[in-house]
Design a protein around this ligand. Structure first.
Ligand code: GLN
Length: 262
C-alpha cells in the first residue's frame, strides 16, 4: 500500500509538472527526450585492431576514442554498436546508427550511399603471406597465369580490389570472411594463399601468428573517414568537432597511443 501511494504521488507530481510546462506556453514540445536526440550511436566492426577491438567487454581503439572525444565535445551521450563490416553502411543509411566509424576507406562507390567526414587517418592495403610463399610482391598476384586464393574481409576495400583486379581478371579466387582475423586464420591453415587487408590490423595479426609476413609492396593507399546518412544534420556537427580535434592534436595523440612510430 505504501509503495502504491509513493508511485501514485510520483505520477501526480510528474503530471503536475507537465501541466505547468504546457501552461507556460509551450517549449516543452521542442525538447525531445535526451536519449533520442542527444545520443551518438557509432556503428562499427570491433574486430579491426588497433582502430576498434575488444578489451574484455569494452570496445576500445583509435576510432572508439576519437568518437568518444567528439561526443564529449558535443555534449552528447555515446554508444557503440558492433556489427559485421558490411552492415555498417545500411545501419547508417537506415538511421539505426548516427554514423559509421570503422577504419572505413572513402570510396566513390560508398559515396553513392553515404557522406564522408574529413579524413582523420591514412590506411594502406597490404598483402600478408606465409613465410617462404611463392608470392613475394604485389606484382606476383597480377602475373600471367596466376591462380591464387585470396582471403579478404567481406565488403572491405581489400575485397573490392581483389574481386575487380584479380578475380574478375581470372587471376585469383577470392575467399570472403566476416572478420579479417578469420581470413588470417585461414592463411595459417593453408586454406588461402594470401590475405589483402589494411596495414595496421595486418601488423597485429602477423605479430599474433608465427610464420606470417607482410609484403613490402603496398596494394593501395587510402583515406579513412566517418560516414553519415546522406544530408544528415549531424554531419556538420560531428565533422566540425572532428576537425577541431585534428587541429588541436587530440586525434594524433590518440593515434600515437595505439600505433607506435617505427
Ligand atoms: N579500410 C577497409 C575498408 O574500408 C577495411 C575496414 C575494416 O575492415 N574495418 O573497406
Amino acid at each position: 500500500m505504501k509503495k502504491f501511494m509513493k508511485g501514485l504521488m510520483a505520477t501526480t507530481m510528474v503530471f503536475a509538472m507537465m501541466t505547468s510546462l504546457v501552461g507556460c506556453g509551450g517549449g516543452s514540445e521542442a525538447e525531445a527526450p535526451a536519449d533520442t536526440t542527444d545520443k551518438l550511436v557509432m556503428a562499427t566492426n570491433a574486430a579491426f585492431p588497433p582502430y576498434e577491438y575488444y578489451e574484455g567487454e569494452e570496445i576500445v581503439g583509435i576510432d572508439a576514442e576519437i568518437a568518444a572525444a567528439i561526443a564529449e565535445k558535443l555534449g552528447m551521450e555515446f554508444e557503440i554498436e558492433d556489427m559485421e563490416f558490411d552492415a555498417i553502411i545500411p545501419a547508417v543509411t537506415s538511421g539505426k546508427a548516427s554514423f559509421g566509424m570503422a577504419g572505413m576507406t572513402v570510396t566513390e562507390e560508398r559515396m553513392q550511399s553515404v557522406d564522408f567526414s574529413t579524413s582523420y587517418a591514412k590506411g594502406v592495403q597490404v598483402v600478408i603471406v606465409k613465410e617462404g610463399s611463392d608470392i613475394t610482391s604485389v606484382d606476383d598476384l597480377f602475373a600471367e597465369g596466376a591462380s591464387n586464393i585470396v582471403g579478404v574481409q567481406t565488403g572491405t576495400t581489400g575485397d573490392l580490389y581483389s574481386t575487380w583486379d584479380l578475380e574478375d581478371a581470372g587471376l585469383a579466387t577470392v575467399e570472403r570472411f566476416n572478420k579479417g582475423g578469420d581470413a588470417v586464420l585461414a592463411l595459417t591453415q593453408d586454406k588461402v594463399d594470401c590475405v589483402v587487408i589494411d596495414n595496421e590490423p595486418a601488423k597485429e595479426f602477423v605479430a599474433a601468428n608465427e610464420g606470417l609476413v607482410i609484403l613490402d609492396t603496398e596494394y593501395a593507399i587510402e583515406d579513412y573517414a566517418i560516414c553519415f546518412a546522406k544530408d544528415s544534420e549531424l554531419t556538420a556537427q560531428v565533422n566540425g568537432a572532428l576537425e577541431e580535434l585534428i587541429a588541436d592534436g587530440t586525434v594524433q595523440a590518440i593515434i600515437d597511443k595505439y600505433i607506435s612510430a617505427e
